[in-house]
Design a protein. Structure first.
Lengths: 257, 320
């Protein structure tokens, strides 16, 4: 009770998941539909014409981890950011701020729920993908762990975004103008080895390259960059987000006046 | 008086509370305030006086610049997690998830404050606030008065011992306002200590045991409602004379009177203050003196100043 209010955290978690199901069309069906379209167009239609495949596997299968990551990054970020931005926007956050709830309960609730939603989405997307393309997962346990890690990290990132944003515009700018281009250029649809220099070197500066390749490694056992570097960078990103959030709660930045 | 105070228990003790916002605006200037257990305390002041900031500082919405807040005998800044569970807040704005359903929203608030689900208690709260029939309605479909009750129900869901109501009747019609007053009285009967802010004098006068007047971030005066009226209250009597007078006659020099309306009206302002003589008693003495001196009068208009007059006086920097 005096260090962690488990019941409060659970209440927030439940509430956030319910909010997702209330808006199931937007938060679950929409990303599933988008991903399905990608599989149909890139995986089945275009991939079918690419005889050599890519990165040593069939092209349809090759893009599965990348597409999964594309959805995970976008959805984790927007779910968590909306979750905290909406009560800030409506003023309903007064209740959270006056409750016996600190940084630990808030994160467990909001970020836990956002990450859970991402995991549910990942499961549905992989299920959907299996209808269109044949793929295998070489290291299922690592894959699950990596998906969890990425979901949690980007949910934390989204949480920061939702606290930083002071308009709906800012809320959508980061996923639309930063995250999506980085993901598209981050080797979601191609192996960065096919890029000519200097673009290959430029691509290596894109952090999403390491995320995509980390997940791709758990699927096919090989990727453009070493799994150690991918994992290290993801953990580093997670640590930065946690540090920022700890600072936000310590100073009350954009939460308490 | 002192023996009376000794029996009271302080539930909230604010000392030297200052808040300067990032923009440089100082909303609270060293506020000292102590609230007794079980009372209804009205914080009265014009818009922008610092009422909401003061409440926010206690409830965790505002970070004080300096000063201490003790609730239930413990430092709020240090033991916030434990203490906040015993404090409830009904905000001024109707801010909540409007797509939520009433009963669920109230249950959620209970959980957020760390309590196990208790459908019977939630039902009791909803019934007391006449919300039970609306328990499955989305909050956005309710009227303004009903929405405010939902916020009260949410604040009561964890059975707070100390409840803050920020402008509970702002924008509420007269009938609903009376109803709200009854609800607040019922809460007090259950033993809840209530601090409410208002800029309606009628409200403070009607409900509160004690009134604190705040303006520009400073508490100007805190007192019992009766004591406040006695201390600052004035009886005003306007005596219309049959014949105008040029000067106040010698026989009336003992009375606080003056002539107005070109000598046609004798104006008395007295009572209250330090002396123990009631204003109305003195007016009776005054009229007898007039009769004895053969000064005829045609009408007397006498009234006691209300909390409103006191308030206006204080804000003008007049009395005090």
């Amino acid at each position: 009770m005096s260090l962690f209010n488990a019941r409060s955290a659970w209440t927030i978690y439940k509430q956030e998941l319910m909010r997702a199901f209330r808006t199931a069309m937007q938060s679950i069906l929409a990303p599933v539909l988008t991903t399905t379209l990608y599989f149909v167009v890139f995986g089945a239609a275009i991939g079918g014409q690419m005889q050599g495949g890519m990165g040593g596997v069939n092209y349809g299968a090759f893009i599965v981890p990348g597409l999964l990551l594309l959805t995970l990054l976008g959805e984790s970020t927007s779910n968590a950011s909306f979750g905290i931005y909406m009560p800030r926007f409506t003023g309903a956050i007064y209740e959270l701020l006056s409750a016996p709830v600190g940084v630990a309960e808030t994160l467990a609730g909001f970020v836990g729920a956002a990450a859970t939603k991402s995991l549910i989405l990942a499961t549905i997307i992989l299920g959907t993908a299996s209808f269109f393309v044949d793929f295998t997962i070489a290291h299922p346990v690592y894959a699950f762990g990596y998906i969890l890690l990425v979901s949690a990290s980007f949910s934390l990132f989204g949480f920061i975004l939702g606290i930083w944003a002071d308009s709906f515009e800012k809320l959508s700018i980061v996923p639309m103008l930063i995250l999506m281009p980085l993901t598209f250029l981050g080797g979601t649809f191609y192996s960065i080895d096919v890029l000519p220099e200097p673009w290959r070197s430029v691509a290596m500066a894109n952090p999403v390259v390491y995320l995509v390749n980390g997940l791709r490694w758990t699927f096919y056992g090989s990727s453009d960059v070493s799994i150690g570097i991918s994992l290290g960078l993801t953990l580093f990103f997670l640590a930065i987000c946690v540090t920022l959030i700890a600072w936000i709660f310590r100073t009350g930045w954009r939460l308490r006046t | 008086m002192l023996a009376h105070l000794g029996a009271m228990q302080t539930i909230l003790e604010i000392s030297g509370l200052t808040k300067t916002y990032a923009g440089g605006f100082t909303a609270l200037k060293g506020v000292d305030l102590s609230i007794n257990k079980g009372e209804i305390f009205a914080l009265l002041g014009p818009n922008g006086a610092g009422k909401t900031t003061l409440i926010g500082a206690v409830c965790g919405l505002v970070r004080p610049t300096s000063g201490t807040i003790n609730a239930f005998g413990e430092d709020m800044a240090r033991n916030w997690r434990r203490l906040r569970a015993r404090v409830g807040l009904v905000p001024q704005e109707l801010a909540t998830d409007m797509f939520e359903r009433v009963q669920h929203a109230v249950g959620h608030s209970r959980g957020l404050f760390g309590l196990p689900p208790d459908p019977a208690r939630v039902e009791e709260i909803l019934r007391a606030l006449s919300l039970w029939d609306k328990r499955d309605a989305q909050i956005r479909t309710l009227s303004g008065g009903m929405k405010r009750r939902v916020l009260i129900a949410k604040a009561l869901a964890h059975d707070p011992e100390l409840l803050f109501l920020d402008e509970p009747t702002a924008g509420v019609d007269v009938e609903l306002r009376r109803d709200m007053w009854r609800q607040i009285e019922l809460l007090r009967e259950r033993g809840t200590t209530i601090i409410l802010t208002t800029h309606y004098l009628e409200e403070a006068e009607e409900m509160a045991d004690r009134v604190g007047i705040i303006n520009k971030g400073e508490i100007l005066m805190v007192d019992g409602k009766k004591a406040m009226m006695e201390r600052l209250g004035r009886t005003e009597a306007l005596i219309t004379l049959a014949q105008p007078l040029d000067t106040v006659p010698e026989v009336l020099s003992a009375f606080p009177v003056s002539l107005t309306e070109e000598g046609r009206v004798l104006c008395y302002r007295g009572g209250g203050g330090e002396g123990d003589i009631g204003g109305t008693t003195e007016v009776a003495e005054l009229t007898k003196a007039l009769t004895r001196s053969g000064i005829d009068y045609t009408a007397i208009d006498i009234h006691e100043s209300s909390l409103e007059d006191i308030f206006v006086d204080l804000l003008d920097g007049g009395a005090a």
